[in-house]
Ligand binder design. Sequence first.
Ligand code: SF4
Length: 488
Amino acid sequence: MTFSADLLPIRFRSVGPDVLLTSPFGDWAFVSRDELAALSRGELPADLASKLGARGFVKGQLDRQKLSERVARKKRFLGYGPNLHIVVVTLRCNETCVYCHASRADMTATHTDMTPEIAEKTVDFILQSTSPAVTIEFQGGEPLVNFPVVKHVIDYALERNRAYGKQLEFTMVTNLALMDDEKLSFLLEKKVQICTSVDGPEPLHNKQRVLAGGNAHRAACEWIRKINRRYEEMGLDPTLYHVEALLTTTREALRYPREIVDTYVSLGCRAIFLRPVDPFGFADKTAKTVEYDRAAYHDFYRAAVDHIISLNKQGTQVLERYAAIFLTKILADEEPNFLDIRSPSGSAIGALAYNYDGRIFTSDEGRMIHEMGDSSFQIGDVRTTRYREAMRHETVRALVLASVRETQPDCATCTYAPYCGVQPEHSYLSQGTLFGRMRESSLCNVHKGIQDYLFGKLREGDPDTLSILERWTTVRERAHFLQASAAS
Ligand code: SF4
């Protein structure tokens, strides 16, 4: 196939009866199969030249200055440094989940609690990040199990940040079962964003997330409603300020796309993230019961998002997170900086994870691989490693090289490369190589299927659907969660 020299390099893929073309800069257009045949013979008829010129494919019509500014804008994250800092304050957890990614420990394993001394050294390390914005995210295990250290990290970070002036935020990922009024008041007072897991309707949730002697679904839902009420009492806009909830899509969940969406909507959630299971932590051991063919996931995804779109058409504003990430790149030409779907990926240069014992990892996935017995992604220890030493670690360089789409063997020729991203730790764990073989990768399969679905909707061109998809690209800042040192 020889395309006209007047055109930028083109990648193409069938979408329905038409063919999608993409350029290296993220421009896209649909052409008919006859038009593709003409292009592939090196022809560029006038009508097609005009159509592709308007879509940014014709070299002579490009404004190089604007193009370089556009690339710089979308890659500006490269000039920052790690923004997200995941702090595992304990491995202990009060729930047992079939797909646990966190390599949890039993409630008796107090030796997996982070100490106040390690917590302080972790904060000291985090605040050295070159990123002007820093988010400290509490994870576990279950972070509420070691709440005194959560409080200590927050108070210590606020105090220390007076000298650094970072735009500081706190987030907690919790199952909420150990929440109480005192803890909640502290978290609200300190403006900590709260994120939880909801697997869908009560029977499904409780089957997958077992809370000894309790009802995990009821605990989560009661606290979600209560926290959302507290936000409203504080005068915060409920469409912007509410508990975020995450789904882990198991084999069992595939049967309930509409019910899962309805559960989220009934809880006041405005965003649903239809994440598939991944191979980290205990999910690997339980794969026989929770894993599935990715074709089944795509059926689930399409059914769930079709339902979400129809709810929007009836006036309920709710979005799917994967779709919003890709659409922000496709329609809004912006980089939403979601660390697993960008090039290079956010491993180490966008996020770091800190284990309870002070070890530093390139990502939470890298930490989970350590808990599975392989410490390849450890790049330091908060007690002994200096920030620059960690960031110059050879593993960091390898991860960056392995996650540049333009050099990744399969991504380099993929139509979706301008919008996509690879996660090298996932390739390492599932395929034994950082670079991965994307045509065999379950993660690539998910990314491809979602983009096929979205471009299918764009090709169909239903005006109501298009305006909903465009609305999903709107980014609304949640300024309330910025700490005073940066917000004032
Ligand atoms: S991960 Fe897969 S879908 Fe994404 S750019 Fe690479 S090959 Fe394409």
